[in-house]
Design a protein around this ligand. Structure first.
Ligand code: MG
Length: 379
């Protein structure tokens, strides 16, 4: 019996469970550098499982359901939100991690955390907040995730933040500081980077067709998608456009993940790292199969030109940015409108940073409501 009253007999330790599953280059829970505020080990949950749970139960994570990924809620309810995107990234990243015998718990925690700092209205919101803080260090959703984890979330009475392991914080720091990041990077962090782009390439094509922003024929002419559909096991000659769209999304994910696993498992076998530390310290990086780099780039170029810059999205983008600028100015001029716990941070980081942090936590709808309720009087 442990000190928590949990029976231990028959329960394997995290170390015992990981031992037969992980490759030598995978991060082991027992090698974690721990947390800023020391805590007792949990009797049956490993440190990265606990991180995953802390992220999952945070209010910032729940609010991802009300934040747009690319398309706004005004455009329907089919398309991805920031939350469903995050879940898809986690699913794909875990598949890759399992295929390469990396630490799935750590990968899942990193994936669920990776977009937690996103403000409302996607990259339009981030750009607006960055303009607001242009003379104050700018705003980055990747850096903001660290502020959430270390300060803004209050889940425990004995310490601020979520007290995540150093490995999850380091992984997010890598995202925040790339491409100039000089430090080490665990393979688990690299998996999430790759899974993120595989995920959004596939789901943005799906959403764009479903929303009528592009035609299916435009996409099937792109070499990566054409090759993907040719390889699809099912005969699509009698398939309707809806079935072709779904086959395209499945095929895009499967093709990219399969090639990534094949290419990188060979490379990992060749370099033969003896530990996660050795792999992280080396210049080795998990990579997209070179044969897919060009075709993937063509798809991303198409998405950029025809979807992310679509007039319907540009209109949403401009409206959202104008609101955020106005609200930012309003909170800076009237800090008494900020919630008390944000007002308390003003002495520490300044009213401009606090105003941006408060806005960054809002869902799209809450932001709109606050604007209509409190800021139209500032005209
Ligand atoms: Mg993402």
């Amino acid at each position: 019996m442990s000190s928590d009253g949990v029976p231990q007999s028959g329960l394997a330790t995290t170390e015992e469970r990981e031992q037969p599953l992980l490759a030598p280059y995978a991060m082991r829970s027992s090698d974690s550098r721990g947390r800023r505020y020391e805590e007792r080990d949990h009797p049956y949950r490993g440190p990265f499982q606990r991180d995953r749970d802390r992220i999952l139960h945070s209010s910032a994570y729940r609010r991802l359901s009300g934040k747009m990924q690319v398309f706004t809620g005004e455009m329907g309810d089919y398309h991805r939100t920031r939350l469903t995107h995050t879940q898809e990234v986690a699913s794909i990243a875990r598949t890759i991690a399992r295929g390469l015998r990396l630490n799935e718990d750590l990968v899942e925690a990193l994936a669920l955390f990776h977009d937690i700092g996103h403000p409302p209205f996607g990259h339009a919101g981030e750009d607006a907040l960055s303009e607001c803080l242009a003379d104050d260090g700018g705003f980055s959703h990747n850096r903001h995730a660290l502020v959430i984890a270390e300060t803004l979330e209050t889940r425990y009475h004995t310490f601020p933040g979520l007290n995540l392991t150093q490995e999850v914080l380091d992984g997010q720091s890598f995202r925040a500081e790339r491409p100039s990041h000089p430090k080490t990077c665990l393979l688990e962090t690299q998996v999430v980077e790759l899974a993120d782009s595989i995920t959004y390439n596939a789901h943005d094509t799906d959403d764009a067709v479903k929303l009528g922003l592009v035609e299916l024929d435009q996409l099937t002419a792109i070499p990566l998608i054409a090759a993907t559909l040719e390889d699809t096991a099912a005969d699509l000659s009698s398939a309707d456009p809806r079935q072709i769209r779904k086959a395209m999304v499945y095929g895009l994910v499967d093709r990219q993940v399969s090639r990534l696993l094949q290419y990188n498992s060979r490379r990992l076998a060749d370099v033969n790292f003896g530990s996660a530390h050795q792999a992280g310290e080396s210049p080795f990086r998990l990579q997209t199969d070179p044969d897919l780099v060009g075709p993937k780039g063509e798809l991303e170029q198409f998405l950029f030109q025809c979807v992310y810059r679509h007039p319907r999205l540009l209109e949403v983008r401009q409206r959202a940015q104008a609101r955020l600028h106005k609200m930012f100015d309003g909170y800076v001029t009237h800090p008494e409108r900020l919630p008390g716990h944000f007002q308390q941070r003003i002495d520490e980081v300044g009213v401009r940073r606090v105003a941006a942090e408060y806005l960054a936590g809002m869902t799209d709808r809450y932001c709109d409501r606050q604007f209509h309720n409190y800021f139209t009087d500032l005209d």
